[in-house]
Write a protein that binds this ligand. Structure first.
Ligand code: FE2
Ligand code: FE2
Length: 169
């Protein structure tokens, strides 16, 4: 594939992915303001953007077998918690941007957990074939745990009751 088409697919993937997340945020806001039909429109078009994003990503050859996908996911998380977020946190501190700093800090701590989980899955992948599991997510910070929710989130202290089991979004 030409470099140009590859770059265009990557840009399309990135843009559609962002549109999906934006529309889901807009849907939640529309619901809050009392526009349930508009909220559903946002959610439906958000889903359409997901299909676009996945098609672009497939066309790029972005989806490989699960072992390779886990390695790629681990690389992404590792970049985020070793380079990207530490830099962002420093910048936000220097500029006194507390909301941004907290958002980056929570994500940074969660990415370390995500990275560790991907690494564990890579290490024991052969034993995971055919095995089901339940996963719990802290929607405040992004902490993830297998099997059950902790009494309090180890990153942000959120209660077990706010955790989401096997979230779909
Ligand atoms: Fe992550
Ligand atoms: Fe949390």
């Amino acid at each position: 594939m030409s470099e140009k088409t590859m770059k265009n697919l990557a840009e399309g993937f990135s843009g559609e992915s962002q549109a999906n997340r934006k529309y889901l945020a807009y849907a939640a806001q529309a619901e809050k303001e009392g526009y349930p039909g508009v909220a559903k429109m946002f959610r439906t078009i958000a889903a359409a953007e997901t299909y676009h994003a996945h098609a672009h990503f497939q066309a790029m050859g972005g989806v490989k077998d699960t072992r390779a996908n886990l390695k790629s996911a681990l690389e992404g998380e590792t970049y985020e918690f070793t380079v990207m977020y530490p830099g962002f946190i420093k910048d936000a501190e220097a500029e006194g941007q507390e909301t941004a700093r907290r958002s980056f800090h929570l994500a940074n701590e969660a990415e370390k957990v995500h990275g560790a989980l991907y690494q564990q899955a890579i290490d024991k992948l052969d034993s995971l074939k055919g095995k089901d599991a339940d996963w719990y997510l802290c929607p405040i910070c992004g902490f993830v745990q297998e099997g059950s929710a902790p009494d309090a989130c180890p990153i942000c202290k959120a209660k077990a009751s706010v955790f989401l089991k096997n979230p779909q979004c």
